[in-house]
Design a protein around this ligand. Structure first.
Ligand SMILES: *Cc1c(COP(=O)(O)O)cnc(C)c1O
Length: 329
């Protein structure tokens, strides 16, 4: 793939691989398999993220190329965290009293095969002005909500003007103290972090951004530049990583990733054990493996580089930190 640094992000998105035919033209995949799987769980890989692949089955490939095991998975749940039940209005999850998760976009720059909203991402769940209005009204009417976490889909795929309006309305609610944006764009489409976007974000400080890097190969010069731009705009950056079998379930890989993140001005926040989402069981290592990896990490990288290893319990149980027994502190 040729370098796309100067290309506008919208054009890169439009050039995404979305059909089995397109995928078969650029990667040695089984066309029938891609067809079957993507009919159920949509396919999207933008040219930038595609360019990070080095060989078939590598850690980038595994994250985004459809795999037969997704449709053969008989275990798991569509919505293990019970997000739908915990939504008082569409697209707003109110699980902890003081915090809400507000899904403000149904688009992503690339679809992750392990997505925990696999049940709806790319399948056209509606996000429109009425969703925004209902969510904002709910937040305004609930003074106990002090922390709003924007997610989706990817909130940074909204147009600058839409994001500006939304952040402005949130900021106008007096009891909203913290606004956080969860986004994979610095990793999957760093070109989206434009000077103009940073200008919009800077108007609405304090803002926190949670990025989502899973492998050291994702921290390219472009990705690091995107993180730097955000940090220079006054936005502290955290990262969450999902522990994925074959991708990063290795202490060396994760140690390298955590150090690289800190060097890129991103503080590792959570290492998630994969949720019990239907169609993703081939990604799920054992918790024993996760604890082993944490034990190795605790001994090999500074505490500052360490995320909390958490499992998000089914049925709205919440995030629970896991620590190797002999290292609890
Ligand atoms: C993770 C999560 C939050 C934010 O949790 P923090 O631990 O504060 O980062 C809020 N709401 C829901 C539903 C969540 O899953």
């Amino acid at each position: 793939m040729k370098s796309s640094r100067a290309t506008a992000w919208t054009e890169l998105l439009e050039r995404s691989v979305v059909t089995p035919e397109q995928l078969a033209q650029v990667l040695p995949v089984d066309r029938a398999e891609t067809e079957e799987v993507s009919a159920r769980y949509p396919l999207r890989i933008n040219p930038y993220y595609l360019s990070l692949m080095r060989y078939p089955g590598d850690p980038i490939w595994l994250q985004v190329v459809p795999d037969r095991r997704e449709i053969e998975d008989t275990g798991g749940m569509e919505d293990p965290l019970d997000e739908e039940r915990l939504s008082p209005v569409p697209n707003l999850v109110h699980r902890y009293p003081d915090r809400v998760l507000f899904l403000v976009s149904n688009q992503c720059a690339t679809y992750c095969r392990f997505c925990n909203r696999k049940r709806k991402i790319g399948l056209g769940f509606p996000v429109d002005e009425s969703t925004f209005a209902q969510g904002l009204r709910y937040i305004a009417q609930h003074p106990e909500v002090r922390d709003v976490l924007l997610s989706g889909g990817d909130p940074l795929l909204l147009q600058d003007s839409v994001l500006d309006g939304l952040l402005g309305e949130l900021r106008a609610i007096p009891h909203v103290q913290i606004v956080r944006i969860g986004t994979r764009v610095p990793c999957t489409l760093p070109h989206r972090i434009t000077a103009s976007l940073c200008g919009v974000l800077r108007k609405h400080l304090p803002l926190y951004i949670s990025t989502h890097f899973n492998h050291p190969w994702e921290l390219t010069p472009q990705a690091k530049r995107a993180c730097s731009r955000l940090a220079d705009s006054g936005i502290p950056l955290g990262n969450h990583t999902v522990l994925l079998r074959g991708v990063n379930d290795d202490p060396k890989v994760l140690g390298e990733l955590m150090r690289a993140l800190v060097t890129a001005r991103v503080k590792p926040y959570y290492l998630f054990h994969p949720d019990l989402v239907k169609g993703t069981s081939h990604f799920r290592p054992s918790i024993t493996k996760g604890l082993y990896i944490m034990e190795r990490l605790l001994r090999s990288v500074p505490q500052f580089c360490l995320p909390d290893y958490v499992v998000d319990l089914p049925h709205g149980g919440g995030k629970v930190p896991l620590l190797p027994a002999d290292l609890r502190r």
